[in-house]
Design a protein around this ligand. Structure first.
Ligand code: AMP
Length: 543
């Protein structure tokens, strides 16, 4: 028997319609590409997004065509976002921090036709556009277009005077809405193709109190770039509840973020650990305070304990650890205390908060060994982490990488983790970064997280170095803080007692700068390349 309920397809345009109609006066604040802070509302943005739709239709964009954006978090980018998906075209968020040859590959692979870009990307575009013949129109997300060797228009002139009631919707909820390429440390980047329904469900899942817990009373500052991993779904979840939005543009330094948090009364924010580290350094140097910020979601890489402690103890900010990946829309687990843990106080909660957390509703996780057999959830056994659900990729764009699901329909995340009896998942490594020593696995991330808390350390990385007896042994690589000079002995003494004896790095190397990838994560591939001929003292002794 069919239910007697109305057929209301879950398409993303409805979210913005809702925000404009029921939270129309709520502000959206942007640090604009022109410099000043600008203010508008959901209702304003909705009208302008409709103008974008009109301009795209006039440019010949049809449902299923790819419209690329390349820009930082801004109101215009948000208008372009909804203006594209509202007419059933696919929004492809391009990451300007990738190498030009990667962007060329991605734009051609995606089949991008129209590109809306921040003016700061003009020099990069001059380099890549000759190699991207499919891109037939370029619009700069600004008042005026910069001088360029290729034809381009300014966004404001492009949308000016157009109708503000271009029709949206009319497509299937399972149609594609967004395309985002994974950073891909091996092989070519691969496209993850989100749907209207999957993004709609993801936004609703993340809004639960035990996840982001956003409301109309929140002021949300989105630091996660709109070009990375679906912006953690915040461009859907914040308008869904009518939260005030603060978009920091390109200025992500501690001082600029702090200014926005305080002047706009930001209550919630989301970003990778390095952002919070920069903000905390700024606050320490200036004696600045966080008077409105209540909670932040930190994810993208493991959040070091020092960030949890400092934000909690010195600024009264609750850190919520989240895990996910481009292929999982991205949020999948969140670390909030269960009732048994909630009453125990901060110190007792911390070991759980440091884990990547418990699974959101709608998803299923499993932990398996290399033979695909399920492993126990005892908090100790490491295994490959597989995931399933309506917000998880079933394959890559244009079938790159072939079949990606196992025979039970689970997607292999490439992460190695444990799951404890209370259901908290903890990432111990990327499958390719885990250090295999004498048949046992050592978690590079665990050692890094502890080492970064040592005096004088700005950033720490651990990689496996070939060893004649143990296969691989850990090498600790340290980027000292400016002016600091921690020694090998100090660092190893600091680690003593904090990690198992056989996890102790065999050596410590110092570098001026630990290389970061385009999404701010430690680039282990580059480190492995730099240290490929490195000889551990213990290896020489064993030879
Ligand atoms: P991306 O698709 O670029 O967002 O990268 C996803 C990967 O980042 C995951 O597969 C994890 O390896 C890593 N990651 C994301 N969140 C966390 C976290 N909270 N802790 C540790 N690693 C994380």
């Amino acid at each position: 028997m069919r239910a007697l309920m109305q057929d209301w397809s879950l398409t993303l345009d409805k979210i913005f319609d809702h925000a404009a109609r029921w939270h129309g006066e709520r502000e959206v604040v942007t640090r604009s590409v022109e410099g000043p802070i600008t203010r508008s509302t959901y209702a304003d943005l909705h009208r302008r997004a409709k103008q974008v739709s009109h301009a795209l239709l006039e440019a010949g964009v049809k449902p299923g065509d790819r419209v690329a954006t390349m820009g930082w978090n801004s109101d215009r980018h948000l208008e372009a976002w909804y203006g594209t998906i509202g007419i059933g075209a696919i929004l492809h968020t391009l990451n300007p921090r990738l190498f030009p040859e990667q962007i060329v590959y991605i734009a051609n692979h995606a089949g991008d036709e129209v590109l809306l870009a921040d003016p700061a990307c003009a020099p990069l575009l001059a380099e890549i556009l000759p190699q991207c013949p499919g891109i037939r129109q370029v619009v700069f997300l600004s008042e005026e277009a910069p001088e360029t060797p290729f034809p381009a228009q300014a966004y404001e002139a492009w949308i000016a005077g157009r109708p503000t009631d271009t029709p949206w919707g009319g497509f299937d909820e399972n149609d594609a809405a967004g395309l985002c390429y994974t950073s891909g440390t091996t092989g070519n980047p691969k496209g993850v193709l989100y749907g209207h329904r999957s993004n709609y469900l993801h936004a609703m899942m993340t809004l639960q109190p035990d996840a982001l817990n956003l409301s109309a009373r929140d002021t949300v500052m989105l630091i996660v770039p709109m070009y990375h991993a679906n912006a953690w779904g915040v461009m859907y979840s914040a308008p869904m509840v009518g939260a005030k939005l603060v978009l920091p543009g390109q200025k992500l330094d501690g001082a600029s973020l702090h200014e926005l948090i305080e002047t706009e009364g930001v209550t919630y924010s989301a970003g990778v650990p390095t952002i919070w580290q920069m903000l905390l350094t700024h606050l320490k140097e200036t004696g600045g305070k966080l008077t409105t910020l209540q909670r932040v979601t930190v994810g993208g890489s493991a959040c070091p304990e020092s960030i949890f402690r400092t934000l909690h103890d010195d600024y009264g900010v609750d850190v919520i650890h989240g895990w996910g990946m481009t292929e999982t829309s991205p949020l999948a687990t969140v670390s909030v205390p269960s009732p048994e843990i909630a009453d125990l106080g901060f110190e007792a909660q911390l070991p759980y908060k440091l884990k990547q957390g418990r699974l959101l509703c709608n998803l299923d996780l499993k932990l398996v060994n290399d033979a695909g057999e399920r492993l126990p959830h005892d908090g100790k056994t490491f295994g490959r982490l597989l995931i399933k659900g309506p917000t998880i990729a079933s394959g890559y764009f244009r079938a790159e990488g072939g079949e990606v699901l196992d025979d039970e329909g689970f997607f292999d995340t490439g992460d190695v983790s444990t799951i404890d009896p209370e259901g908290y998942m903890q990432i111990t490594d990327r499958a390719k970064d885990v250090i295999k020593s004498g048949g046992e696995w050592i978690s590079s991330i665990d050692i890094e997280n502890i080492a970064v808390g040592a005096d004088g350390v700005a950033c720490a990385a651990v990689i496996g170095i070939a060893h004649p007896k143990w296969d691989e042994r850990p090498l600790l690589i340290i980027e000292p803080k400016p002016g600091a000079a921690p020694t090998r002995e100090q660092l190893l003494t600091y680690l003593e007692g904090k990690i198992a004896k056989w996890w102790m790095p065999d050596d410590v190397a110092f570098v001026e700068k630990i290389p970061l990838g385009a999404t701010g994560k430690i680039n282990k591939l580059a480190l492995r390349e730099t240290f490929k001929d490195y000889k551990l003292p213990s290896a020489q002794a064993a030879e």
